[in-house]
Design a protein around this ligand. Structure first.
Ligand SMILES: [Zn+2]
Length: 417
């Protein structure tokens, strides 16, 4: 049977996105549905209901990851999996994560509509706590699935109120009993909004994602000496905030030296004692550095250490720089990338290859299964924001690419009776 003419129902996909976005809707049109809260439970329940209605068997693992599987003709073989997450940032949007899950649902609904049976089973996954807002680490569910950390470690993490991940998971009824990470995955495809400006700027509909930037995150503490802002002469100060200020500039200059793919950001700073007439004696800050090439990231790391030491010497400060996160750059599976590319071509959508600047569940999945992603444009490249927006026809296009990438991988067996 030739399945090339099958298309998803874009209006139905859009309606599902809007229905899910009502749970935790914010006044400015965004969504606040933090992981493992009552709202997360409501969102999960809604989507799980839809997935059951689509004829899938739903299982939940010990990390709260949800797997909804539509059987294929071959029983007991690894599943061709798609999905993403339904938790959001505190002031998040309607599309980040939710799109990948509902595009997967739309693929299953479409297969049902046209009566296509696949050789391999096809499934949709909802990964727990991708955002890492309420609980660290980010991408907790997919990370546990990929054996990056243990379930015990994950369950012990606590939110700002002291509630553990395990307690929260239990309280929303999603502490499942299937073992974490033992499900065999034939391939993983994740559709996602780009969360950057490139597709929109170049007027391309589909991003064929070849991998993700490597990342290194640091905690940095500048120590000087608190002193009175009046009597202390300028030349005798040990002003920790001056060190931090120089470092903000140094970090940005450093990324520009590694243009166009280098990224470096200071996004967090705490000034002590934070009093207007006291010279700051202590500043804590974060540094986030990213690059698609691990060797370049190593060079950036060295340059960061060098810049920090130089500033500390010049300003007579102590600086402690500690790496707290390291993700190697991800290179997605060539066959899966080619499937996405071929699907975009067959469907007549403009496309370009792209490297993801953000981490996604797919980054961890790529460590245990052949993986690729499909990006669609989002308005002005803005995400993690209530104004996050995407065009229905782009979301539909991405779901069509997902459908055909999945079909190519899962194999069409026959049209159902
Ligand atoms: Zn996401």
């Amino acid at each position: 049977m030739n399945t090339n003419s099958i298309r998803v129902d874009g209006a139905r996909l859009w309606q599902s996105l809007m229905d899910l976005a009502r749970i935790g809707a914010t006044p400015k049109g965004g969504v606040r549905r933090l992981a493992l809260t009552e709202l997360d439970r409501q969102g999960r329940d809604l989507v799980v209901g839809w997935l059951r209605d689509a004829g899938t068997t739903v299982e939940v693992d010990g990390a709260g990851n949800i797997f909804a599987v539509r059987q294929g003709r071959n029983v007991g073989v690894p599943v061709v999996l798609t999905g993403s997450h339904v938790d959001t940032q505190p002031s998040g949007g309607k599309f980040d994560g939710n799109y990948g899950v509902l595009a997967g649902l739309e693929v299953l609904r479409t297969l049902n509509d046209v009566g296509v049976a696949t050789e391999k089973p096809v499934g949709v996954a909802i990964w727990t706590n991708e955002e890492g807002t309420r609980f660290i680490p980010t991408m907790g569910g997919s990370g546990a699935f990929a054996h990056v950390f243990t379930l015990d470690y994950l369950r012990a993490q606590r939110d700002i109120d002291g509630i553990s991940f395990g307690e929260a998971l239990h309280s929303i009824g999603y502490a499942g009993n299937t073992p974490v990470g033992e499900r065999a995955v034939d391939a993983y495809f994740e559709a996602h909004i780009e969360q950057g400006p490139i597709l929109e700027r170049e007027d391309k509909i589909i991003g064929v994602v070849t991998g993700a930037l490597g990342q290194r995150w640091y905690d940095c503490v500048w120590t000087g000496q608190d002193a009175h802002a009046g009597p202390t002469p300028m030349e005798e100060r040990h002003d920790a905030l001056r060190g931090a200020a120089r470092m903000v500039e140094a970090v940005n200059t450093l990324a520009l030296r590694h243009a166009p793919d280098g990224r470096a950001t200071v996004g967090f700073m705490q000034v002590m004692p934070n009093s207007r007439n006291v010279i700051p004696g202590l500043v804590r800050m974060s540094v986030d550095m990213r690059h698609p090439d691990d060797d370049a990231l190593v060079r950036m790391d060295r340059e960061l250490a060098g810049a920090t030491a130089g500033i500390a010497r010049e300003l007579r400060l102590e600086c402690e720089l500690r790496q707290v996160v390291e993700f190697a750059a991800s290179h997605f599976d060539a066959d899966c990338v080619a499937s996405v590319q071929r699907a975009a071509q067959m469907l007549g959508y403009t496309s370009r290859r792209i490297v993801s600047g953000a981490a996604h569940d797919a980054v961890y999945l790529s460590r245990v299964a052949p993986t690729s992603m499909i990006f669609v444009p989002c308005k002005d490249g803005i995400s993690h924001n209530e104004t996050e927006d995407a065009q229905p026809e782009h979301l539909e296009a991405g779901a069509n690419v997902l459908l055909h990438a999945v079909l190519a991988r899962a194999g069409v067996s026959s049209s159902l009776g």
